[in-house]
Design a protein around this ligand. Structure first.
Ligand code: G4P
Length: 282
């Protein structure tokens, strides 16, 4: 399935983020734990040069735990500080404080040697749309939500959230652009709902998702919908339609509705904890 998707205002967003990055010490990048590579854009690496880097595997509640551990290891090997979080219910969010201190150890030490004491670490959240940036910021800041307000002259117009005496967080996240040119990335982001559904055909998308699930999580669909296993995705969709009683006028089973239902159930985590990509050995 080919589909087109466009960066829209990404050039402007990139420029704004470049400016913001000048103000901060550590970049906290959110990725979606189900697609930790497809939801990450390597272009940030150029912009980030020299900053401490943290990766948060967000929505880990929806991802396959064993594969999430592999990804954590994969990114740690690449020099990132990594932890998993569920921003929605707050699991793992508190631990991010420790990760920030760890990631900024060298900078804190450097400041101390220069006699600079009590200068807070400044952090910024970045990530592609829908990865959970706002949810994370709300969750992280909940207990500590005392905005430091504008600091005229230094950081004009910027709002900082003081998390504790050591850390300040820029309250607006940086929006990263996905790898638009890669169709596989596009497809995986479509599966998780990061691309508007009107950009592709939901039936075709559901067939491709079923192909993947049959291959990698063979019982997920049959268990959830209480139907027999089936190799053919089109037949599976028909069985879902029958099971759910999705009919069109004229007595035909509505497989489009079954497809939409499958995609929605997957996104909501009802089919189980499922990851869509694994790190490649290299
Ligand atoms: P963004 O700022 O990066 O664009 O993302 P945002 O925080 O708006 O989150 C996008 C969706 O992801 C929201 O769902 C949010 O609730 C959900 N989400 C964020 N973090 C997690 C997580 O760790 N686990 C799970 N399961 N979901 C998460 P929504 O459907 O748009 O809103 P709502 O129905 O949850 O209110």
């Amino acid at each position: 399935m080919q589909f087109q998707w466009y960066p829209g205002h990404m050039t402007k967003a990139k420029r704004a983020m470049q400016e913001d990055l000048k103000l901060i010490d550590v970049i906290i990048e959110l990725v979606d734990a189900r697609v930790p590579l497809s939801s990450k854009n390597p272009d940030i690496d150029q912009l980030a040069n020299g900053k401490s880097r943290i990766i948060l595997m967000n929505k880990y509640d929806l991802a396959d735990p064993a594969i999430t551990e592999k990804w954590i290891h994969y990114y740690e090997e690449k020099g990132y500080y990594v932890t998993k979080v569920n921003s929605k219910n707050g699991n793992g969010v508190k631990a991010v404080h420790g990760v920030i201190q760890e990631a900024c150890k060298a900078k804190i030490e450097r400041d101390r040697r220069r006699g600079i004491l009590n200068r807070p670490i400044r952090a910024m959240i970045v990530g592609i749309p829908n990865v959970g940036k706002s949810t994370f910021i709300n969750s992280f800041a909940k207990k500590a939500c005392a905005k430091t307000g504008n600091k005229p002259g230094v950081t004009k117009g910027k709002q900082w959230i003081r998390l504790n005496k050591n850390v300040e967080l820029l309250d607006t996240p940086g929006i990263l652009w996905p790898k638009f040119e890669d169709q596989t990335v596009g497809l995986r982001l479509a599966f998780i709902g990061s691309i508007k559904d009107d950009l592709f055909n939901i039936y075709e998308l559901s067939v491709l998702l079923l192909d993947y699930l049959t291959q990698n999580y063979p019982n997920a669909v049959s268990d959830f919908y209480q139907i027999d296993r089936e190799e053919e995705s089109a037949q599976l969709l028909e069985k879902i339609a029958v099971r759910r009683g999705y009919m069109k006028t004229g007595g035909v089973y509505d497989v489009d509705k079954a497809g939409k239902c499958l995609v929605d159930d997957f996104r909501a985590g009802k089919l189980g904890k499922i990851s869509l990509e694994e790190p490649q050995e290299n």
